[in-house]
Design a protein around this ligand. Structure first.
Ligand SMILES: [Zn+2]
Ligand SMILES: [Zn+2]
Length: 285
């Protein structure tokens, strides 16, 4: 019998084992890395006290699959959207599809969306600059479409940004009174965290919090108010220590949580209560 058999109201605490419960607020269970052993992966998460997993779409196919998984597993919820790194393949207007997908009762936010300038197209010399501008404009248009639909449907957004902080904040700001964002995989300093929190949005931390060279991220978490952050894996990527470099999975949130509790100087139970409440409010489940 798994924790998922207890019904939603009791998912918060694992009374059976007396262990604190955490949520993986950002997983990519639709990815091929989980094709072979997904039931075991989800089972291990439950046994580790990870009682809710939010699986994130990165295009239409993976968003549809995220909803399917949410239908199949009571403790899995779906976020639907189109990742900025796949902007070139996105339909011109994603809004009708987002509206349609978001009707599902287990869709708890839109995304991941945002801007990613880490990998930009490199075209012919001379044409590259124009191509880069077109690509950035395409990402911006897609991001805005997510925000518009989120505002209409009163959903929040899972925001991905890489090497694009200022543009991401500038695009998000006009929607900040209607849409909250979680700036996921947060890897900036306390000053940036405060700018995000000031907009009514959240940050979330992955396994990089546990890396030896992650002190700047631990410092940012230390400065983050207890009710303004969540935990995630971004699996199959970014496995925390001691699994760094291996396939990541939702059960490993426990490793990130252990470091987070140390950084915050709180008990695992206090961290559990704070991060689970924050996630419940943000995703509305
Ligand atoms: Zn991301
Ligand atoms: Zn992701």
């Amino acid at each position: 019998m798994g924790l998922s058999d207890f019904g939603c109201g009791d998912l918060r605490w694992s009374y059976l084992r007396g262990m604190p419960v955490f949520y993986d607020t950002h997983a990519h269970l639709s990815r091929p890395e989980f094709e072979v052993d997904l039931p075991e992966v989800i089972g291990r998460a439950g046994n580790a006290g990870i009682t809710r997993i939010i699986t994130i779409g990165t295009d239409l196919a993976s968003s549809v699959r995220a909803i399917k998984l949410a239908e199949e597993y009571p403790n899995v919820f779906a976020v639907v959207g189109w990742h900025p790194s796949h902007a070139a393949e996105a339909p011109e207007d994603l809004r009708p599809a987002l509206h349609e997908l978001a009707k599902h009762p287990k869709v708890v936010a839109l995304g991941e969306t945002g801007l990613d300038y880490y990998r930009l197209p490199s075209g012919e010399p001379g044409s590259a600059a124009a191509e880069v501008e077109r690509y950035k404009a395409r990402q911006a248009a897609l991001f805005r479409q997510h925000l518009e639909v989120a505002a209409e449907l009163k959903l929040n957004c899972v925001i991905h940004q890489r090497d694009s902080l200022e543009d991401t904040l500038a695009l998000f700001q006009p929607f900040a009174d209607r849409v909250r964002g979680v700036f996921h995989c947060f890897a900036y300093d306390a000053v940036t965290m405060r700018r995000i929190v000031a907009l009514g949005s959240l940050v979330s931390f992955t396994g990089i919090l546990t890396f030896k060279n992650g002190q700047n991220i631990r410092d940012a978490l230390a400065a983050t108010p207890m009710d303004q952050f969540m935990l995630e894996t971004d699996c199959p990527f970014l496995a925390p220590m001691p699994y760094r470099g291996k396939r990541c999975e939702p059960a490993y949130v426990t490793e990130t949580a252990a470091v987070a509790a140390q950084v915050k100087g709180c008990s695992p139970e206090e961290l559990s209560a704070a991060t689970c409440t924050t996630a419940e409010k943000f995703f509305g489940f």
